[in-house]
Design a protein around this ligand. Sequence first.
Ligand code: NAI
Length: 334
Amino acid sequence: MAVKVTLIPGDGIGPEVSRAMVRVVDAVTGGTIEWEEQLAGSSAVDAGHSPLPAATVQSIRQNRVGIKGPLLTPIGGGWRSVNVSIRQALDLYASLRPVASLPGPSKSRYEDVDLVVVRENTEGLYSGREHETVPGVVEALKIVTRDASERIVRYAFEYARANGRAKVTVSHKESIMPLSDGLFLDAARAVAKDYPFTAVEYVGLDNLMMELALDPHQFDTIVLGNLDGDLVSDLCAGLVGGLGLVPGANIGEKFAVFEAVHGTAPDIAGQGIANPIALILSAELMLLHVGERDAAQRLRAAVEQLLMDGSVLTGDLGGTATTEQLTEALLEAL
Ligand code: NAI
């Protein structure tokens, strides 16, 4: 049965990696995904729309599933971050970033890393509430609510339980922000009581970053607030070979939008050398989400085979292949 998915190619390297992802998904599913292409970001503005056209949000609402390339929010038009707007408009409250070592000659410093970063996606310091109180003084509001804190921590525990994960690490900066992070921590402690068979620990953000760099194997499922989760996701991507490899998902009660952790990579955009694997692995998460388990497994196996073989890799992984050549090699592996 055909599954309709909203596709937002995005900005910068977005269209390049999206094209590669669509070819690979079409091959692995035999064409059961029907793509509905929509605009967002600076490409939407270039086409005469707002950065987040109503039609794009409507398409995701209708299809319930979307996948997107990275977006650039045009500066100077007074626009809010398009990514934040999408997450808030669709209440995609959980950002899920599985970080796992992949086989082959990647630049990673560690082997056998297998952890998941769960990030609150709708509030915190990314609520988009900034203003200039008097000239030369700006306030950025960090919004933390008990409801959103409990919801994200519960999501992390449920994810851990459903995926055979033994421990949840809750990270915070309560020592400096006793009210906001104190509330987050308090909500986490209350939720943890409902999961007596999952181990839980509470770790300060600074300590967490150091421990991740020292020995990432001690972590399993990590749940954090919005800004903290954003930073820790990129750090974790670095532990397993970089931004070209790490997938992500934004999940809500009704809708889900899949995307790589990386941004628009303006330094290499338009050169045809971006690594599409992060978005292709985001498509693996999407296929699992829509019940295409076999296709997801075959897609992952093809990526692993390509990395193990190691002869067709993009520059970020130490190779010289173009996006196109890597895509062809993946299609061959399939
Ligand atoms: P970035 O992730 O775009 O790039 C950081 C570095 O990683 C660059 O050297 C880039 O070339 C490299 N890189 C990233 N993805 C790669 C890939 N697939 N293959 C090979 N190399 C890759 O981060 P940066 O430069 O901080 O952000 C650039 C723009 O992207 C900003 O406008 C930012 O707001 C936006 N952004 C959008 C995101 C999204 O839409 N989800 C997420 C992060 C940033």
